[in-house]
Ligand binder design. Structure first.
Ligand SMILES: NC(=O)c1ccc[n+]([C@@H]2O[C@H](COP(=O)([O-])OP(=O)(O)OC[C@H]3O[C@@H](n4cnc5c(N)ncnc54)[C@H](O)[C@@H]3O)[C@@H](O)[C@H]2O)c1
Length: 397
């Protein structure tokens, strides 16, 4: 069977789908970045990235309407050899898994699948989903080859990580493993082969492991702070020329669209018997509350204007999904006289400039330490909360 396109990414204008489409197009493949978001499609068609991603702006401009097309036309799916699914993980508002949404999604795609295609699930999924989809396709006589290849990039570093991280390839037969491995070998040399359920768990374990690591740092920070100590003095001593403590991350807001959600997926998979994961969730999600409680002990917040510097979920990033800065804002709105927010990357007409924020506010909390904030100067009479120790003055509240 000869296909017109090599790769068709579903969710192709998203944070995972677009860099992946760009990476494959950059290797000479013909790629369709398919999406249902009209605004994103139109932006990509003009060669403009809809979000920040290092190195993508230039590459997109070079490839668009040549090897790469952005489209909302689902009929192109049947003309593509590899179909890569990169839509968001189906979860409901309490982060419970929603297999029914994934099932519906595949039922809708079914009329477009062609015999002999390779369908690759790239989204993070609830363990067992790949097998369920495999059975669903079989029961409906859809003769495609299904694989699961989890995305492991960190936002902002997608292009370089796609070409440096080993790719995990999981499928139900050798031929699919071979073909899909050949595809990913265009990006990276190393391929790790697992069974689908192992791969699904490997992806969740990876994110949960990180989430728990950050929780350890945040818990240590809060313990030290409770005793009036600056955790960073202890942290430096622990990690200085001492290999075994090197893996300890620094404290800070642990947020974003993946780590918390994936920890809850793993908890659901284990019938909610996941004390460590739930404890990590309480610690990480509780950090904004802790900050406000400590501030209340220090100053009369009701008479203070509070400012949040950086609303994205992490530094140097424009993604605000599940950012703890917004949770902090909600709590401060209850406790402080006024709350102001600023972010150099996240567009929002209600935000003020960082300089204005520093001038206006009595208390300034660094939520996302964007590099642009490094040279900001805060007047001595203002209170700075810098859990990240971004300004090198310690993290004590
Ligand atoms: N963002 C990351 O850094 C990251 C890293 C690793 C894994 N993941 C996983 O990758 C998946 C995607 O995450 P993301 O951050 O790219 O999400 P995203 O919201 O940025 O992208 C998803 C895209 O899919 C599109 N979409 C939704 N439904 C669609 C449909 N029916 N047909 C076509 N397009 C559709 C959306 O419009 C959007 O552009 C998730 O499972 C996530 O957990 C994300």
């Amino acid at each position: 069977m000869v296909f017109d396109f090599d790769v068709f990414t579903v969710g192709g204008c998203g944070r995972v789908g677009l860099p992946l489409s760009i990476a494959f197009a950059g290797k000479g493949l013909k790629v369709v970045a398919y999406d249902i978001d009209r605004e994103k499609i139109s932006s990509v068609q003009k060669g403009i990235m809809p979000f920040l991603e290092e190195g993508c702006d230039e590459r997109l401009k070079l490839l668009i309407n040549k090897n790469l097309v952005a489209s909302g036309d689902l009929s192109l799916l049947s003309r593509s050899k590899f179909v890569i699914i990169t839509i968001g993980t189906p979860v409901e508002e309490h982060l419970n898994p929603q297999y029914s949404a994934m099932k519906r999604f595949f039922i809708d795609l079914m009329p477009h699948f062609t015999k002999g295609q390779y369908v690759i699930l790239r989204s993070t999924v609830y363990p067992g989903t790949t097998e369920k989809i495999h059975n669903l396709l079989k029961e409906n006589g859809v003769l495609v080859n299904l694989a699961f290849c989890p995305e492991r990039i960190a936002e902002g570093r997608a292009l370089c990580e796609l070409e440096s991280l080993p790719q995990v390839v999981c499928a139900f037969d050798q031929e699919t493993i071979w073909e899909v491995s050949k595809l990913f070998n265009l990006l990276t040399e190393e391929i790790v082969i697992l069974d689908p359920i192992e791969g699904e768990l490997a992806k969740l374990f990876t994110n949960v492991w990180r989430y728990i690591h950050f929780a350890i740092a945040n818990q240590f920070y809060m313990i030290a702070n409770q005793y009036g100590l600056d955790f960073y003095r202890i942290y430096e001593a622990m990690t200085h020329n001492y290999q075994r403590a090197r893996g300890l991350p620094k404290p800070g807001f642990t947020a974003g669209p993946c780590l918390f959600k994936d920890t809850m997926q793993l908890a659901a998979f284990n019938n909610n018997n996941f004390f460590l994961g739930h404890a990590a969730m309480l610690i990480n999600e509780g950090l904004p509350n802790y900050i406000v409680q400590k501030l209340k002990e220090k100053v009369d917040l009701r008479s203070k204007k509070a400012g949040i510097l950086g609303m994205a979920y992490k530094a140097d990033c424009d993604d605000r999904r599940d950012s703890l800065a917004y949770k902090l804002r909600k709590i401060l709105e209850l406790e402080a006289k006024e709350v102001y927010c600023s972010d150099v990357y996240v567009p929002d007409s209600s935000f003020i400039s960082p300089e204005e924020l520093l001038a206006q506010c009595d208390v300034v909390i660094v939520a996302a330490p964007h590099k642009e904030y490094k040279d900001l100067k805060l007047a001595k009479d203002k209170l700075l909360v810098d859990v990240w120790n971004f300004y090198g003055q310690g993290g004590r509240i």
